[in-house]
Each structure stands twice: as C-alpha cells, then as structure tokens.
Design a protein around this ligand. Structure first.
Ligand SMILES: *[C@@H]1O[C@H](CO)[C@@H](O)[C@H](O)[C@H]1NC(C)=O
Length: 498
C-alpha cells in the first residue's frame, strides 16, 4: 500500500472516536433552542469561554466528527492563551461545565476540578497518539525518502516540527479544505477564525495594493497569506470576508479562505484576511518569469475556467450557493498553486445573485474593475446592472484576455513570446477609460491572435475560445462551463493527465 494511504488511515483512526453512537451535548446556539438547548453528534461536545472586546462569552456546541481536524488538535478544540479557553469532551452533556475565563494556563485546558485520572488521560492520551504518529511518520518518511530519494530531494521541507511530518501529505490548507467541504462549506466559525488570526506570526511583506499589504505569515509551522487592509478600507475588508464565507464557495481553483479578524490595538483597527499561501504568486508574476508548455497552458486555462465556472454557478437547495460574478478578473488576481493550477483570488468586488428573489447584492463600495480588463459594455456603461448574467459575461471577456496572456507564453515548437499585458501595443501603460473605450469599443480592436497558432491544435482551440470570449455582444460569449468542457476535451485529445 502507498505510504500516504497508510498515513491517511492512521490519521482517520486517531480521530479519537471510532464509535458511531450519537453523543448528546449541551448547546447554546440559537438553532438548538427548539430542541431544548441540546444537540446530537458523532463527534465531540465543546465548551468555550472567551473574552471578546471586553465581553465574556460562553459557547457550547456539538462538533461533527468530520470537523475534528487536525486530529489530536482540532481547530474547534483550541485554546488560546489570554483569549479563549476551550474544552472538547466525548461523554453525554460533558460540556455543561463553566470554564474559567481564559488566563495564561499550563497544560491543555486543565480545569481546576479535574481528578488525577482525567488529568493523566488528558495529558498521556494525546502524547501517546502523537508519539506513535511521529514515529510512524519518521518511519514512513524515511521509507518514502529511500524510495523516491532522487525525485524528492529538492522538495524536503524543514522537518523541525512534528507538524511538518504529518503535513507532508496533508497541509494545514488541505485540512481546512476538508473541514469546510465536509461541513457546511462556509468556513471556520468566527471564534476559531479569530484565534487562528491572532496566533499568526507575520514573516515578510509579499505585495502591496490599493487596499493595503499582503504578508506571508506562519501558523503552526505552515505558511498562510495575510491581507492587511488599511483602516479606511474597512468596507472592502468586510465585503471580501463576506464573499469568501459564502456557503459552498470552497473549490480547489478558488483561493482558500481561512479567517478574517479585526484587531483593535487601541489606536487603530487592523483588518486581516487570512488565506492559503501560494509561493508561485500571481499568474502575472508566473508568466513574467516562466514560459509554459502546451500541457502547462491547458492546465492553467482549464483550472481557471473550473474556478470561474464554480464561482458563477448557482447551486440550489439548503446547502446551495448563490451565483457569484468576480468583476475584477485579471492575471494579477489569479494565483498559481504548487501543482501549476490556478486559484482565483481577490473577491472584494464580486456580486452575488439570489435567483429566488432575483436580486443582486451590489458591492457597497463604488470601485469598479481594472480598466484594461473591462468589457466593452462596462467601458461604455451600457451594461445592464439589473441583469446578473451581464456581470458573468463581463468576467468571460476578461478570462479571454487572461487566456491570451497565457497562450503567448506557450513554447510550442520552441517559439514563445515575451510576456505582455493585453492591449500592450494599443494603449499606454496606465490607460484611462476613454483610451480603452476608443480601442475596444470604437475601433473594435482585440489582442492579436497570431496565424502560426493555427498549426498547433491546442493553440488553435485557445485562439478560438478567446475570439468567442471577446464578442462585443456579451450574451454571445461562451460560458465558463462551456470553456471548461472544451478544454477538458482538449486535454483528453492531447492525451494529458490532468
Ligand atoms: C447547559 O449547561 C448550563 C451550564 O452548566 C446549565 O445551566 C444547563 O442546564 C445545561 N443545559 C442542558 C440542556 O443540559
């Protein structure tokens, strides 16, 4: 059996509750009111006491088994010194306790009223599980190293913490991803987000934008990206956090959101948005640095279409998702993951559509997208703002421009061109709306699709898609789903393993 598989099974087994019996817990959540403030679960009961903005808060909840990740130290069971005192337990109504206020404590949530037996169990249990896992991890790691020694040498990460051994297969991000796809999909509960955010150590600044700065941070040995908004941009911060927490939004090709937090340090408010970290940076940076193979091009294009298709798609039902249009799609707002697929980011300008009431929750801030990527109807202000599909069509136009940027860097047959922004040859470097409108609407010009692309099937298909993304009439453009299907078919035809 593959060592990764063994490790995965071990992780599952160490989830502490192999029994499927329903567990009854004390529950303070509003939705438990009609059940007499109790809930039933296959996981754990949790009690949490925290001080948030000077207010003492007591929370009692059920946590489902699938959400008890990472094993041994689930997010939901974390205590944070001085912030939050949390206790997970596994017997009926065991969370009907009043935890002390979070003060600096020794040991994992050791309550005063705990006998020596419980204390020993609480300390020895996890330590034992951890030791076994670390030893096994070490063994499998070495085995793995021996087997894949050459190929892996470059990838070995700093093994200074045992977390990294476990994370070799499952990263922090994967765990959060599992957590939210198996659950309601709307992300971590707020009090956990706050705890995660406040225990991140910022490492280095990796970007600056109109909203503030982006940092690389460390959380429990893993990298995370932290977008820090200036206090003025509170609305943008709130809006982006709100969009990212849309139910069922999570998707492998949309940037994984981890937490939002507003820290008030007395003089100003720090607004944080924590997400997955991708060391390759944006697609823009990536294309500037590297050319891509035909396979690489299809992978980038297909994954971007998948992400956008998921964003656009409306899922009906109680666990449904509204349709979302991005409104600022461009290569700088798409990240490249380690496996060379895309993750769509920067959802601060997005709009959501509720089909039942047919309403669009237009972003309260009046910022519009990036001029260079604006669809003709946006430049002309002829877009029908009441019709949600028109925003989707504008996204597709921008996606076509992104495809052009990618395809130019494709080194089919040893030829590829320098990286350029779309319309680089037609407008100045920081074009005004008027300059863009002249080129895109009046002259009806589009980026050049070279003739030699016709001699390569993949480039020919990409060129065709671009043309069909760039129609002046938004409604005539392709849909993200159609593009995704065309590219999936292309990857099959090109015999790619994607
Ligand atoms: C939940 O815990 C609180 C505090 O200990 C207690 O007052 C309440 O009766 C409990 N509720 C249930 C349903 O057990």
């Amino acid at each position: 059996m593959d060592p990764r598989q063994i490790l995965r099974i071990l992780i599952v087994l160490s989830g502490l509750n192999g029994v499927c019996d329903a567990l009854l817990c004390n529950c303070t959540a509003p939705h438990c009111e009609r059940d007499g403030f109790k809930c039933e679960t296959n996981g754990a009961c949790v009690a949490s006491t925290s001080v948030i903005e000077g207010q003492e808060q007591h929370v009692r909840l059920c946590i489902h088994k699938e959400k008890l990740v990472p094993p041994g130290q689930p997010f939901y069971c974390l205590s944070a010194e001085g912030l939050m005192n949390t206790h997970c337990c596994y017997t009926d109504y065991c969370n009907s306790i009043d935890l002390r206020l979070p003060i600096v404590t020794n040991g994992p949530g050791a309550g005063q009223d705990w006998g020596p037996v419980e204390l020993t169990a609480v300390v020895a249990g996890p330590v034992f599980v951890l030791c076994v896992l670390v030893l096994l991890g070490l063994f499998l790691f070495q085995h793995h190293q021996r087997a894949y020694g050459h190929r892996q040498r470059l990838e070995v990460e700093d093994p200074s913490t045992e977390h990294m051994f476990l994370a070799k297969d499952k990263t922090l991000q994967d765990l959060i991803y599992d957590l939210s796809t198996s659950g309601s999909g709307s992300g971590l509960p707020l009090f956990v987000q706050r705890t995660v955010a406040r225990t991140i150590v910022l490492q280095e600044i990796i970007g600056k934008g109109r909203f503030g700065e982006v940092w690389r941070g460390k959380w429990r040995g893993g990298d995370v990206a932290v977008k820090i908004f200036s206090s003025r941009e509170e609305r943008s911060w709130f809006r982006e956090a709100e969009i990212y927490q849309t139910i069922m939004l999570r998707h492998e090709n949309i940037l994984g959101f981890i937490a939002a937090d507003n820290k008030d340090n007395g003089t100003w408010t720090q607004l944080w948005l924590v997400s997955d970290y991708h060391e390759n940076g944006s697609l823009f940076d990536y294309l500037n640095r590297y050319s891509v193979t035909i396979e690489g091009m299809i992978k980038l294009a297909l994954s971007a279409a998948s992400g956008l298709a998921h964003l656009h798609m409306e899922i009906l039902g109680t666990q449904g998702k509204p349709g979302i249009a991005h409104r600022d799609l461009k290569s700088k707002n798409i990240l490249v993951k380690k496996n060379c697929t895309c993750a769509i980011a920067d959802l601060g300008l997005a709009v959501r559509h509720e089909s039942i009431t047919d309403t669009i929750d237009i972003a309260p801030n009046q910022r519009v997208g990036t001029k260079r990527y604006m669809a003709p109807e946006v430049l002309e202000e002829s877009i029908n703002m009441r019709h949600f599909d028109s925003f989707k069509c504008a996204d597709i136009y921008a996606l076509g421009l992104v495809y052009w940027e990618i395809a130019r860097r494709c080194n089919a047959g040893g030829i590829h061109e320098e990286y350029q922004l779309p319309y680089y040859d037609l407008v100045p470097s920081d074009p005004s709306i008027e300059e863009m409108r002249k080129v895109v609407c009046d002259q009806r010009l589009r980026p050049n699709i070279p003739n030699w692309w016709q001699s390569y099937e993949a480039l020919r298909v990409m060129g065709k898609i671009m043309r069909e993304c760039w129609y002046a009439n938004g409604a005539a453009r392709l849909t993200a789903l159609r593009i995704k299907k065309t590219l999936s078919q292309l990857s099959v035809d090109e015999d790619l393993k994607i």
